[in-house]
Design a protein around this ligand. Structure first.
Ligand code: C2E
Ligand code: MG
Ligand code: MG
Ligand code: MG
Length: 285
């Protein structure tokens, strides 16, 4: 640590803070050119039906590989959100993903689900941009799901009103809305009935690691969400299924949709094509 001289005290000498700021600066400088330099790619992870494991949708997951090597989304997405760069980057993702997913929708009836940040949703022209992208790529509105993290819906009642209105506008066109990472925020289950939402994605932290001793709170929460889904026709997708045992448990609890390494990891277009061949063979021409 820096010596406690008067001068040192006024500047930031805590190494972890300096590092965080340098990392932020480096990432935001690099991201600025990421689209132009062709460093961004969209990978896709299947969402499957239980118990058949047939693919019913693919989730678009952004990848960034600058010259120095890949940077994880959890490192660069928050920087893109804070700087506002997520707006052009998100538009690029949506366009690319709709173009890729068109063929999967035509051949397999698969939907496309795309992660959308609050910053994008708050842009005045967002709904029009989405509709233009659908028109340009030919993907029907009924095949598109927008994933919004649960935090958008909680604790920000005043600011949230225009965002919820934007979501409702999109839903009037047939686009569906999913709450991502459900369970990690603080929305009560009963509050859900008032939200413009069509699908719940149960965060992977609520999928018991070892179903054999899954009698605890995780299990109860998951069961409650699934029951709610049944009573309100709100389908749920269980995220982060890594084993056959977890898949079986979720199916036994009444979960019809799942996603996770057990079925397929995220990967580029060719990887998804292979997953369709493996999991939806009867429908592959
Ligand atoms: P998410 O939307 O909740 O996506 C699921 C994450 O879990 C992905 O991480 C995926 O690779 C990972 N995952 C899937 N199955 C498993 C599993 O069985 N086990 C484990 N341990 N992990 C699994 P990824 O790709 O690193 O993305 C992280 C987050 O970054 C996403 O979480 C999403 O919030 C955000 N993100 C990714 N792409 C975009 C994008 O295009 N736009 C926005 N706004 N956010 C994005
Ligand atoms: Mg997601
Ligand atoms: Mg998620
Ligand atoms: Mg998540």
């Amino acid at each position: 640590a820096a010596k406690r001289s008067g001068r040192d005290r006024v500047s930031v000498y805590r190494p972890e803070l300096r590092t965080a700021r340098e990392t932020f600066t480096r990432i935001s400088a690099g991201l600025r050119h990421a689209i132009d330099r062709g460093e961004l790619a969209v990978h896709y992870q299947p969402v499957v039906e239980l118990p058949s494991a047939r693919i019913v949708a693919v989730e678009a997951l952004l990848r960034w590989t600058p010259a120095g090597g890949p940077v994880p989304p959890l490192d660069f997405i928050p920087v893109a959100e804070e700087t506002g760069m997520i707006v052009p980057i998100g538009a690029w993702v949506l366009d690319q993903a709709c173009r890729d997913a068109k063929a999967w929708h035509d051949r397999h009836g698969a939907s496309l689900t795309v992660n959308v940040s609050v910053r994008q949703l708050a842009e005045p022209g967002f709904a029009e941009q989405v509709l233009r992208t659908l028109a340009r790529t030919g993907l029907p509105a009924s095949a598109l799901v927008l994933e919004i993290t649960e935090s958008v819906f909680v604790g920000v009642a005043d600011d949230a009103a225009p965002l919820l209105a934007a979501l409702d506008g999109l839903r009037e066109h047939g686009i569906r809305v999913a709450i991502d990472d459900f369970g990690t925020g603080y929305s009560s289950l009963s509050y859900l009935t008032q939200l413009p939402v069509d699908i719940l994605k149960i965060d992977r932290s609520f999928v018991p690691a070892d179903p054999a001793d899954a009698a605890g709170g995780d299990h109860a929460f998951t069961r409650a969400v699934l029951q709610l889904g049944t009573s309100r026709q709100l389908p749920a997708i269980a995220e982060g299924i890594e084993t056959q045992e977890q898949a079986r448990l979720l199916h036994d609890l009444g979960c019809r949709l799942a996603q996770g390494y057990h079925f397929a990891k995220p990967g580029p277009v060719a990887h998804v094509e292979a997953a369709f061949l493996r999991l939806n063979p009867a429908l592959t021409p």
